[in-house]
Design a protein around this ligand. Structure first.
Ligand code: NI
Length: 185
């Protein structure tokens, strides 16, 4: 089942998401639906708050980027109850987009490395360091669990320039190819 995508203006995207209990019987199905929604929407990653669920879960498939970075060849992962231990390394800029901000792409500066603790879909705990594109996408998706969006990193001027386009999203005046849930007024 494909979920509609929660977009900018929805208060749920600004909430801190809750931890998932180990024996939650619905998680398997939610993960399957999130993959289906993400592939259909052409996203590289998708966080649960983007499908209306305020829980600490995101999925990433970066395997399509293996051309540029061979380490991404098997990077298809589920992240449950992730916790950032530290973000380090050089700052670098990448043009980011987000399914919750249709038609907006902006350069975002982030540090290169993230050390993350998380559980996989079998509730096995991991602690790993992710760099480059993987580290970038993880930081972006993990931010969704904290109620943060990539536009929060932009300068006040860039944000001002985006204002009318953000209003258009919040009032349902955008038509991406995937289904969105128009925020309630
Ligand atoms: Ni996003």
């Amino acid at each position: 089942m494909k979920y509609p995508i929660t977009v900018y203006g929805d208060t749920l995207l600004r909430k801190k998401a809750k931890n998932i209990e180990k024996d939650n019987p619905q998680i398997k199905e939610i993960i399957e639906n999130m993959w289906e929604t993400m592939y259909y929407s052409d996203g590289v990653g998708l966080a649960a708050p983007q499908v209306g669920l305020s829980i600490r879960l995101f999925v990433i498939d970066a395997t399509a980027n293996a051309d540029e970075d061979p380490e991404l060849a098997d990077f298809k992962k589920v992240f449950i109850n992730s916790e950032i231990i530290e973000i380090t390394g050089e700052e670098w800029v990448m043009n980011e987009g987000c399914l919750s901000l249709p038609e907006i792409r902006e350069d975002v500066t982030r540090k290169d490395e993230v050390r993350l603790k998380y559980f996989d879909e079998n509730f096995v705990e991991h602690e790993e360091v992710f760099k480059g594109f993987a580290g970038r996408v993880i930081q972006h998706e993990h931010d969704h669990l904290e109620g943060k969006l990539f536009i929060d990193y932009l300068s006040p001027l860039r944000k001002r320039l985006l204002k009318s386009r953000l209003n258009a999203i919040a009032t349902g005046k955008v038509r991406p190819h995937y289904r969105i849930k128009v925020p309630a007024k």
